[in-house]
Design a protein around this ligand. Structure first.
Ligand SMILES: O=c1ccn([C@@H]2O[C@H](COP(=O)(O)OP(=O)(O)O[C@H]3O[C@H](CO)[C@@H](O)[C@H](O)[C@H]3O)[C@@H](O)[C@H]2O)c(=O)[nH]1
Ligand SMILES: [Mn+2]
Length: 737
């Protein structure tokens, strides 16, 4: 494995390493292959060029194929950034004690975001919070801040319950050295029995029932409210209170200075924050919520290390913060290190990941490639930041507007003191950021629906670095969408967010290429232009097929030497991708599904994202952050576990998928008939091959249109509209060819 190993704590010669990095053995193979494939790509472009200049039969079809191939070539070239210097890191948390005593660990503020109690069940959020509150970390240094953008009593109520349950759960986990500290997952796993297990389980179940009852009823039953303080907290939900219009609500649910667990030990701080909202002031979605937490926490605990988490990403390993410290506290580490990113991994993905929702490349395979160049992307969740990184570059500090919010400000007042609470409410106000640097130079950056990638990128442009930490045991596990519609909406949102980045003032194309190492910038260019993949996907899904239906050949004949170039390009595009996927522990079917989903996304979410982005930049429509649902419907989940794709809703994004499935089937059968009757196989072979490949990929779509009777099948409306559109397309093609 190790081609070269670099010991990272060279200054402390005697002490054992806290972490190592090695170049992956495949690096040279990658580089050589890139060189060979680049020649093939150039040859293809040369062929197009010859065609353009000399051919008398150059048509609109040739132009479209040129466009498709040029975009593919560009995306391929930019992807090579990831493949040039991939590395693998390892951490040794057991050695941390040689560098720092536990009592000298930095304080840690954990930020958890939630936005909608109906799409993100409060019990999910509570489980995430409990799993981190129970970290193996000095409790008095740990604070958990929950941002509730849904402004929901239900979420607050769930956290009041969680605060009570934590007093039992935390000592139980620590005493019995439980590894699984997310209670839901722990009890589901049928744990071994300790004397208190049943009692704790009952407590958990009864909390769950109360919270779920409240969610079902849509309000908190008065009987559940046990004390005056709680009553006072809920009194903020007055008649005019809506999730889009309400004052800020900040509740300290556990105070480390006062509250003790059932065994008399201190508890971590637990603070509920629902920032002020007003319909007239933009709130910048999750980035805005995180900036509020940055300020509220600055006024309360101001920990130098921050962990950001999405509400569904529970901790799966109580040692995770210590792993992060192996980088953050290493005296020989580059002081420009801004964040340690753990991969986004998921719980409950079905056997072969039918939706490719694991994003194995983006969350597991590509980040080590970027890490070797300067640092991984930020994935929004599972990331330990140095607070200082949010305030200017490593050597150019940008002070916040108030010294009390500065990362260097030392806290002395108790978190529940009047001044501290007043400051917290003030900085959570919806007009607070006006005329400040928040969102532009300080904190999470605004202007993109992928605030995570964008913020990480902007930090790196300022000179910050990052590290990708991928331990064997997953550090965090989250939910992935289990319906196709949810998944496509998620990637549509990402597409728009990525285009925001591409066309921003700080675009990787103009800015990144100057600020970062060029290969590193290529990676960002590649991601930020993801949605343009839709162009070749759409062209390749329809054009060769329409040509085939008209017996019109657009690729070289089998006997033509150029034919082999196409075959090589096809295999060479899939081969490395396949190998990387399998080396990352994937299955053959998982890979197949993943490549299918890339085509599906290209047809639907990427193209819709591209169009919506264009419309919103023309001011025709506004783009928002449509939160992915984490609610599981039992029938849907049953189908998901059986590996059946869920269509069910009449989403316009299904139209291009269905149309492509129909047209490929027709052209494939027509092509076969044609060559068996009239010959010409040589000239049409590549088109038949492409259509055949698409037909095999479209199998689940045919099933959903014709064979299935369950509720998840393709809505008849979508099938009918697709048939009509395909017919129109075919008629139009008769005029073209
Ligand atoms: O106005 C908002 C919208 C969302 N969120 C939170 O943002 C998180 C991510 O939302 P989700 O719907 O789960 O989006 P995903 O597409 O699954 O998330 C990925 O993509 C997002 C950017 O689009 C990143 O923010 C996430 O970290 C990343 O995991 C959730 O905890 C939400 O509660 C807010 O706090 N406020
Ligand atoms: Mn999510």
């Amino acid at each position: 494995m190790a081609a070269k190993t670099r010991r990272s704590n060279s200054t402390t010669m005697q002490s054992p390493a806290l972490h190592t990095r090695v170049a992956l053995r495949r690096t040279w193979a990658n580089r050589v292959f890139t060189l060979i494939y680049a020649c093939a790509v150039l040859a293809l472009l040369y062929r197009h060029f010859l065609n353009l200049v000399y051919s008398t039969t150059f048509t609109i079809t040739s132009l479209a194929m040129l466009l498709a191939d040029a975009v593919c070539a560009f995306m391929w070239a930019t992807y090579q950034g990831f493949r040039m210097s991939p590395i693998r890191r390892q951490v040794f948390p057991e050695n941390l004690a040689t560098v720092v005593e536990q009592s000298d660990y930095p304080a840690l503020d954990v930020f958890i975001c939630t936005a909608d109690p109906y799409k993100e069940p409060p019990m999910t959020v509570v489980n995430t919070a409990l799993s981190v509150m129970a970290y193996d970390y000095p409790t008095e240094k740990l604070s958990v801040y929950v941002s509730d953008d849904g402004g929901s009593q239900l979420t607050l109520f769930a956290f009041m319950e969680a605060a009570k349950f934590a007093t039992h759960w935390l000592p139980y986990c620590k005493k019995n050295r439980i590894v699984e500290r997310c209670p839901e997952v722990y009890f589901r796993s049928d744990p071994s029995c300790f004397p208190e297990t049943n009692k704790i389980k009952l407590m958990y179940e009864s909390m769950k029932t109360r919270v779920e009852n409240a969610v079902k009823a849509g309000s908190v039953c008065r009987d559940y409210i046990t004390d005056e303080q709680q009553l006072q907290a809920f009194s903020k939900w007055t008649d005019g209170f809506t999730r889009h219009d309400h004052p800020s609500i900040i509740q300290v649910l556990l105070d480390c200075g006062k509250d003790k667990d059932a065994t008399g030990h201190v508890l971590p701080n637990l603070i509920y924050v629902s920032r002020e909202k007003s319909r007239t002031t933009p709130h910048n979605f999750k980035a805005g919520a995180l900036n509020v937490l940055l300020r509220v926490s600055a006024g309360m605990t101001n920990a130098p290390v921050i962990l950001t988490l999405d509400c569904d990403m529970y901790s799966n390993d109580p040692q995770t913060p210590v792993r992060a410290l192996c980088y953050l506290l290493d005296p020989s580490m580059d002081p420009k290190l801004a964040y340690v990113q753990f991969p986004q991994l998921f719980d409950g993905i079905n056997k072969n990941d039918i939706y490719g929702a694991e994003f194995k490349f983006e969350f597991q395979i590509d980040p080590p490639g970027m890490d070797g160049l300067g640092g991984s992307i930020h994935m929004g969740t599972g990331c330990f930041f140095r607070r200082r990184a949010f305030f200017g570059g490593p050597s150019s500090f940008v002070a916040p507007e108030s010294p009390e919010l500065s990362p260097t400000h030392v806290k002395t007042k108790p978190i529940q003191s009047r001044e501290v609470l007043a400051l917290a409410h003030h900085v959570a106000g919806c007009n607070y950021e006006a005329q400040t640097n928040w969102g532009s130079k300080v904190g999470y950056r605004y202007g993109s629906l992928v605030e995570d990638l964008y913020t990480g990128y902007r930090l790196q442009c300022q000179g910050w670095k990052s590290v990708f930490c991928h331990p064997d045991r997953a550090a965090f596990l989250g939910d992935a969408p289990i319906t196709l519609d949810d998944l496509l909406n998620q990637t549509k949102r990402w597409s728009m967010g990525l285009l925001n980045v591409s066309f921003s003032k700080y675009s990787p194309i103009s800015c990144g290429i100057r600020a970062l190492n060029p290969l590193w910038a290529l990676c960002y260019i590649h991601y930020s232009l993801w949605p343009i993949r839709s162009i070749p996907t759409i062209i390749y899904a329809f054009l060769p097929q329409l040509a085939l239906l008209n017996s019109f050949s657009i690729f070289p004949k089998v006997s033509d030497p150029w034919f082999f170039l196409y075959i090589f390009l096809f295999l060479g595009a899939y081969g490395p991708y396949f190998l990387d996927y399998m080396l990352a522990g994937g299955t053959l079917q998982g890979w197949w599904n993943s490549q299918r989903m890339w085509m599906v996304r290209g047809l639907s979410s990427f193209s819709f994202g591209l169009v919506e982005y264009l419309l919103s930049s023309l001011g025709v429509s506004a783009s928002g952050f449509n939160v992915t649902s984490k609610v599981v419907d039992s029938e849907q989940s049953k189908r998901y576990n059986q590996g059946i794709l869920e269509f069910a809703v009449a989403s316009p994004m299904f139209l291009p998928i269905t149309m492509a499935a129909i047209i490929n089937l027709f052209s494939f059968s027509q092509g076969i008939l044609q060559v068996s009757r009239h010959g010409g196989f040589e000239a049409l072979f590549l088109q038949i091959l492409i259509a055949g490949f698409a037909v095999v990929n479209s199998w689940p779509v045919y099933e959903a249109m014709i064979l299935r009777t369950d509720k998840g099948k393709m809505p008849m409306k979508i099938t009918l509209i697709s048939v009509i559109l395909v017919w129109v397309l075919y008629l139009a093609s008769l005029l073209t060819f």
